[in-house]
Design a protein around this ligand. Structure first.
Ligand code: PEP
Ligand code: MG
Length: 324
C-alpha cells in the first residue's frame, strides 16, 4: 500500500477524461527540500519563509537567507519554486520587536509590515534575486489587499536590483511576482490585480478565516471553519474565472488542497494547480486520476448552488464516492 501510493505520487496528475493538473509541494523549512523534491511534486507552490524569523531575536542577514533559498531551489532543479516573502505577525511572531495588538490577524503583519520596514524587506528581496540564478524562482506576496502593495514591492525590487548590480554579484532581475489571494478584498477585487501580477495563489486557510470571521486557530470554532461555505466556494470560482480571463495561473496552496473532498470541489471549480503537503501528493493524485473532470464540474456547480457548507459537503461526498 505504501509502495503503491509512492508510485501514484510519481505518476502524472491526469483525470480519466484527460485533464492534466499541476501538483506542487508546500515547504516550510529548507531541511524539507530534499524530501519534497522526491515526493513526486512538480515544484514548490509555497515555500514559507517564517522559519527564518519566528522564535529568533534578530533578523537573518542576506547571506543566510540566500543560502536557505538556494538550497530549496537547487533541490528542485528546473522545476518552479515559489517562495513567499515574510508572513510574520498574526500567529507567526518573532521574539521581541513587535507591538502587542488587540487584533493581530487584522494587524501590522505580512506585506504591511514588510513595506513599512522596507530596508528589512529589501534584504529578503536581494537574497531572493541572488538565489534566482539557481533555478526557476518565483516570488509571492502574502496578505495582499490592494494592488498598491504589489506596485510598492516592484519599486523595492527595482532598488534591490540596482544595489546588487552595483555590487557586481550574480542575480536575476526578472523574477516573476505573484500574490496570495487570501483576503476577501483580494478575491472580490482580483481583477484589479491582474495587470500587475504574474500569478495568483489562493490561501484557503486565511481566506476561510477572513471570509467567515472564524479564527483559524480556535479549537472551539473548528466545526465552523470550513472551505465548503458557499461564500468561500464562490470566491474561489470568481478568482479562477478572473485568472482564466486574463491568462493568469491560479493555484490553491492552503490546507484545502490536501483534502480529497476539497480537491474534488476545486477541480470542478476550474482549479488546475494545487500546492499540497508533501506527504499528500500521492493521495491528491489518486483522487485526480480517479475522478472524471466532467463529474467534478457537475458536482461543483451543485455545491455552488447549495445554501450551507453542510449541504455542499454532503452532495460532494455522495458524488465523489461514485467516482472513486
Ligand atoms: C493560507 O493562508 O492558506 C496559506 C497557505 O498561508 P499560511 O497557512 O501560511 O497562512
Ligand atoms: Mg495565509
Amino acid at each position: 500500500r505504501v509502495g503503491e501510493m509512492r508510485e501514484i505520487a510519481h505518476s502524472e496528475a491526469i483525470t480519466p477524461d484527460g485533464v492534466r493538473m499541476v501538483i506542487r509541494a508546500n515547504v516550510d523549512i529548507p531541511e524539507e527540500a530534499e524530501m519534497s523534491a522526491t515526493s513526486g511534486a512538480d515544484g514548490v507552490g509555497l515555500m514559507r519563509t517564517e522559519f527564518l524569523v519566528v522564535g529568533r531575536a534578530t533578523m537573518p542577514d542576506e547571506e543566510e537567507q540566500y543560502k536557505a533559498y538556494k538550497k530549496v531551489i537547487q533541490a528542485f532543479g528546473t522545476r518552479p519554486v515559489i517562495i513567499r516573502t515574510f508572513d510574520v505577525g498574526g500567529d507567526k511572531l518573532p521574539v521581541g520587536g513587535f507591538p502587542s495588538e488587540a487584533n493581530p490577524f487584522l494587524g501590522w503583519r505580512a506585506i504591511r509590515m514588510c513595506l513599512d520596514e522596507s530596508e528589512l524587506f529589501k534584504v529578503q528581496l536581494r537574497a531572493l534575486l541572488r538565489a534566482g540564478v539557481h533555478g526557476d524562482l518565483r516570488i509571492m506576496l502574502p496578505l495582499v489587499v490592494t494592488v498598491d502593495e504589489v506596485r510598492e514591492t516592484r519599486q523595492l525590487i527595482d532598488e534591490a536590483v540596482a544595489e546588487l548590480a552595483a555590487r557586481r554579484i550574480p542575480f536575476r532581475a526578472d523574477v516573476p511576482l505573484g500574490v496570495m489571494v487570501e483576503t476577501p478584498a483580494a478575491a472580490i477585487a482580483s481583477d484589479t490585480l491582474v495587470r500587475d501580477v504574474d500569478f495568483f495563489s489562493i490561501g484557503s486557510n486565511d481566506l476561510v478565516q477572513y471570509t467567515l470571521a472564524v479564527d483559524r486557530g480556535n479549537a472551539n470554532l473548528a466545526p465552523r471553519f470550513t472551505p465548503f461555505h458557499p461564500a468561500v466556494l464562490r470566491l474561489i470560482a470568481q478568482v479562477q474565472a478572473t485568472g482564466a480571463a486574463h491568462g493568469i495561473d491560479v493555484c490553491v496552496c492552503g490546507e484545502m488542497g490536501s483534502q480529497p473532498l476539497a480537491v474534488f470541489a476545486l477541480m470542478g471549480l476550474g482549479i488546475r494547480q494545487l500546492s499540497v503537503a508533501p506527504r499528500a501528493v500521492g493521495e491528491v493524485k489518486r483522487v485526480i486520476r480517479s475522478v472524471r473532470m466532467s463529474a467534478a464540474q457537475d458536482a461543483a456547480q451543485a455545491a455552488l448552488a447549495a445554501s450551507t457548507a453542510r449541504e455542499a459537503e454532503t452532495l460532494l461526498r455522495r458524488r465523489l464516492r461514485t467516482e472513486l
